[in-house]
Design a protein around this ligand. Structure first.
Ligand SMILES: Cc1cc2nc3c(=O)[nH]c(=O)nc-3n(C[C@H](O)[C@H](O)[C@H](O)COP(=O)(O)OP(=O)(O)OC[C@H]3O[C@@H](n4cnc5c(N)ncnc54)[C@H](O)[C@@H]3O)c2cc1C
Length: 509
């Protein structure tokens, strides 16, 4: 019988994990303690890297159709614009913008995809206990409508059950870090304002921060650090409106129909994201400030970069002996990403609140970074996770580069003029089913267009895509024959000459 995988939590991370596994033909059970999908105001921004992941899950088109593109972020200090970040210099991605889309819409699109693949979500079902041994995991699931407990045995469990993860507690993993002192308030709804509708607006003031983000359908998100004093009895949306008026130099008038919420933010990470047969992804593994909007984006990457490995183990293409190494590599990569995300979001949160001399210094650095294009060259690729690269694991080869290709880094989605389809993007050749060997020959067939041939490597069983033509020189910055092995999550496992890749193939199988 196929391995059984239990996904606890049907938020963006759990849904992404479940869809990825179903796409590989691995059966999954998804449970969620909520009775029905929520409509709370939560995340509103998806970055290009998350959209690339969603493209592989088959939902990017629906998300883009339901979202609103943002092409810049403007930072103001006490009413004066100090810097803007844009996507002008972002290269080799189809998504040169951030997508503003309410989280519940993203989740709806993911749920529809899951259902379309034959998956279901058992609502009203809470994981209340879990124990594991070397061969299986036993989960106690409580039906919240009847109070009945059942025990189910699964081969693997993915804990995607959010910041208060019961899975994390059950496996005894600490969630270390701090909760920030500051409380934040937000309100979503229609507004009347002259603020640009293609940008996110940050207003850093001596009394606190205000972030205003346009959403699809004429809606807006206003997000504030809570003022010291809130008059008793004032409705949350009214507080947000009052503070917004005080911190924004451009009037923002709230129209009827605003929802509002209050929340504390954390800087915490699970000490381990993998223990035995149990994994932690999304907010169960890390919680950080919404500054930089990294939550969903990091969570879906946790989930999908786990899923292809877990599918390999479930379907028997990774041996049992290999599985430990495969999961250790995943955990090491995620720790590295989470450490960076925690550091960046914490820095941004602290920079929001500096005063006096430090404020002037912050503003000078920001405007200098804009002038020298540092923000667009370095910060935008980092924030959008487009420059994603992993440090090499001990014992593995050091990163190798050839033109824009680099091992242990995201495959740039370079557009190539081809003989068959007009234009192909490198990500079009990726496969959820396993690593793909891309072989580039810029010295072969003459002519402007690139010829694409597909085959299977008889040794490794990997799909091989061979691209031949001189256009590869300028597109990829290479002048010799180069091959790279690309994982299903779009990370280049190895860059080498055509024949030298076979050794790395052994490692990925
Ligand atoms: C105000 C705000 C703004 C934000 N803005 C952004 C942004 O712009 N961009 C961004 O990327 N991120 C943002 N985030 C963060 C983002 O919302 C989270 O990172 C994201 O929801 C995490 O997804 P998840 O799937 O890991 O967990 P969740 O979305 O928390 O989902 C967990 C699911 O598990 C279920 N569950 C919990 N316990 C159990 C149990 N014991 N048994 C069964 N089911 C269980 C819950 O019902 C829930 O459905 C924001 C968050 C907030 C609060």
């Amino acid at each position: 019988m196929s391995a059984r995988v239990l996904v606890v939590g049907a938020g963006p991370a759990g849904l992404s994990a479940a869809i990825s596994l179903l796409l590989r033909g691995v059966p999954v059970t998804v449970v969620d303690k909520a009775a029905a999908p929520h409509t709370h105001p939560k995340a509103v921004v998806l970055w290009p890297r998350a959209l690339e992941v969603f493209e592989r899950l088959g939902v990017a088109e629906a998300l883009v159709a339901g979202g609103h593109p943002l092409t810049s972020q403007h930072y103001h200090s006490n009413g004066t614009r100090v810097a803007s970040l844009t996507f002008r210099m972002l290269r080799h991605t189809k998504y040169r913008y951030a997508l503003a889309i309410p989280q519940h819409v993203t989740e709806r699109v993911l749920r529809e995809r899951l259902t379309g693949l034959g998956g279901t979500i058992r609502a009203n079902t809470e994981l209340t206990a879990l124990r594991q041994d070397a061969t299986a995991v036993t989960a106690t699931l409580t039906d919240l409508s009847t109070g009945e407990h059942t025990e189910e045995v699964h081969d693997w469990v993915i804990g995607a059950d959010g910041v208060r993860s019961a899975v994390r507690t059950a496996i005894g993993v600490e969630f270390t870090g701090q909760t920030y002192e500051q409380t934040f308030l937000l309100s979503d709804g229609p507004c009347e304002t002259d603020l640009a509708t293609d940008a996110a607006h940050y207003f850093m003031t001596d009394t606190g921060v205000l972030v205003v983000v346009p959403l699809p359908g004429g809606q807006w998100r206003a997000f504030i650090s809570a003022p010291r004093e809130i008059p008793e009895g004032e409705a949350l949306a009214a507080t947000v409106e009052r503070v917004t008026a005080a911190r924004s130099p451009v009037p923002v008038r709230f129209l009827d129909g605003h929802t509002a919420g209050r929340f504390r933010i954390h800087r915490r990470a699970a000490e381990q994201v993998w223990r035995g047969r149990v994994f932690l992804v999304g907010d169960a593994a890390h919680a950080h400030s919404p500054a930089g909007a990294q939550g969903i984006n990091t969570g879906v990457e946790d989930a999908t970069s786990l899923a292809w490995r877990l599918a390999g183990v479930c379907l028997g293409s990774s041996s049992a002996a290999d599985s430990g190494r495969v999961f250790a590599e995943w955990a090491a990569e995620r720790h590295q990403v989470v450490r960076n995300v925690l550091r960046d979001t914490d820095l941004q949160t602290r920079l929001w609140g500096v005063r006096g001399l430090r404020r002037r210094l912050r503003d000078l650095v920001l405007s200098g970074a804009e002038r020298t294009t540092l923000l667009d060259r370095v910060v935008t690729p980092r924030q959008t996770q487009i420059d994603q690269r992993y440090r090499t694991a001990p014992g593995r080869a050091r990163p190798v580069s050839a033109g824009v290709l680099r091992s242990h880094a995201r495959l740039p989605n370079v557009a190539i003029p081809t003989t068959a389809t007009g234009t192909a993007h490198l990500h079009d050749f990726l496969s959820m089913a396993g690593p793909v060997s891309l072989r580039f020959d810029p010295v072969g067939t003459p002519g402007r267009r690139t010829e694409v041939r597909r085959s299977t490597d008889p040794e490794t069983g990997f799909d091989v895509v061979s691209l031949t033509g001189p256009a590869l020189r300028s597109a990829l910055g290479i002048s010799r024959r180069v091959a790279c092995l690309v994982r299903p999550d779009g990370i280049v496992a190895a860059v080498a000459s055509h024949t030298a890749l076979e050794t790395e193939g052994e490692v990925l199988r």
